[in-house]
Design a protein around this ligand. Structure first.
Ligand SMILES: [Fe+2]
Length: 135
């Protein structure tokens, strides 16, 4: 479970985004823990919804900052966020309508997307935002 604990490999150089990424990792960990403990559907749906709501809020804040500072790759970055939110919204709806039970593949997808996005795509804005005085 160590990969759910924030460390330097997730450092994007912006304090408030690091804090928000910590929170995202915590919610992801809750999903894994709930699945391992075989929590019921209601409990899982609640955590999944929490991850969706917090992802939306966090990604919107990142986008606002990137847009405001005229980040050159803003549109590409936003596109990645949009695709993720679309996919997650679909998971939540399918889960609620009993189309599938939340299995580890979905949890792994969510974890991989979020951690890869932080370590690869988000880190691309570090130098740019830092140069604008945002830390
Ligand atoms: Fe991002």
């Amino acid at each position: 479970m160590s990969s759910f604990i924030w460390d330097e490999k997730y450092d994007v150089g912006i304090e408030r985004f690091n804090e928000e990424h910590k929170k995202l990792l915590e919610i992801l960990k809750d999903i894994y823990t709930a699945m391992e403990n075989k929590k019921d559907k209601v409990a899982l749906a609640q955590i999944l919804n929490k991850l969706l709501a917090y992802s939306k809020q966090h990604l919107a804040e990142e986008e606002a900052c990137l847009k405001e500072n005229k980040y050159p790759d803003f549109l590409d970055h936003k596109k990645q966020h949009d695709v993720f939110i679309e996919k997650m919204t679909q998971f939540c709806e399918d889960f609620k309508s009993d189309k599938f039970s939340l299995h580890f593949e979905i949890a792994i997808f969510l974890k991989n997307w979020i951690t890869n996005h932080i370590m690869v795509v988000d880190k691309e804005y570090t130098e740019f935002l830092n140069s604008k005085g945002i830390h």
